[in-house]
Ligand binder design. Structure first.
Ligand SMILES: Cc1cc2nc3c(=O)[nH]c(=O)nc-3n(C[C@H](O)[C@H](O)[C@H](O)COP(=O)(O)O)c2cc1C
Length: 246
């Protein structure tokens, strides 16, 4: 699985390099200062649709940890926003006015500008058909394309910062189909910094399995897994949020 994932990322990155030119809800929850003596700001991007389920819970714990460590935390819920992926306007690559922050104007614009100034970035997504959600992928296009130079294929973000990537899924550590953040992870690692990972496996997909046609899952086995792992997953998320600030 690890080799497949590496091959996939390599292929996706080669494809990228080989084809030259081809209502938001945000919560400020909370003081740890950055080098300029300003309170550190952590941006949390929730790429899941459900406000009270697994991904949101993991991100909530990251927010709690970062906020308790003294940072200002902002949670952005992508599913509440109206925005597009990269529209290939190439405004970020105009001669003499190139920008490593997307120039296209829509609801995502202020979020991308805030990320450019932030002190930490957290991305969270459920895994859908082996990938992050479409909403997360669409957001990542807008975040990462301006980083890519078509002059020398380097990747440069406005600022380096700690990054945490979170996935939640039905799959288990030894058996899952997740490609995670795929080729976008290479872009993030090159441009902002090597990300830390957190995965919540074998999550409870619904609160009551009796109400749904989900016979392929044993609720009993799910419950046992949750009893053994879920609190630990949340604690890891809290600790990662705290670490990001400290
Ligand atoms: C459309 C859809 C596709 C999914 N595809 C996968 C998948 O490919 N692999 C997997 O392990 N889980 C898959 N799942 C399960 C979710 O990733 C898992 O339940 C996740 O924890 C849900 O996050 P949430 O509770 O924050 O919504 C899928 C769920 C949905 C709704």
């Amino acid at each position: 699985m690890a080799t497949n994932r590496r091959d996939f990322i390599k292929r996706a990155v080669l494809a990228l390099v080989a084809i030259p030119l081809m209502s938001s809800r945000t919560d400020v929850l909370a003081d740890e200062t950055n080098n300029d003596g300003i309170m550190k700001k952590i941006m949390i991007i929730d790429g899941g649709p459900r406000k009270n389920m697994n991904t949101a819970a993991m991100l909530g714990k990251v927010a709690e940890g970062a906020s308790q460590a003294g940072a200002e935390v902002k949670v952005v819920r992508l599913y509440d926003m109206n925005y597009k992926g990269c529209v290939s306007c190439l405004a970020c690559k105009v001669k003499g006015r190139a920008s490593n922050v997307c120039k296209f104007k829509d609801a995502l614009t202020p979020v991308l500008e805030e990320i450019a100034q932030a002190d930490g970035l957290v991305l969270g997504s459920p895994i859908y058909f082996g990938d992050v959600t479409g909403q997360m992928r669409t957001f990542l296009e807008r975040l990462a394309f301006p980083w890519l130079s078509y002059n020398d294929y380097s990747m440069t973000a406005p600022k380096k910062m700690p990054v945490l990537l979170i996935e939640t899924m039905n799959g288990q550590p030894e058996r899952n189909n997740s490609q995670g953040y795929g080729s976008m992870e290479y872009c993030i690692a090159s441009a902002i910094g090597q990300p830390e990972h957190l995965v919540a496996y074998n999550t409870y997909q619904v609160r009551n399995y009796n109400n749904f046609e989900l016979a392929g899952f044993s609720e009993e086995a799910k419950r046992r897994w949750r009893d053994e792992h879920w609190e630990e997953d949340l604690q890891k998320a809290y600790d990662a949020g705290k670490r990001m600030v400290e």
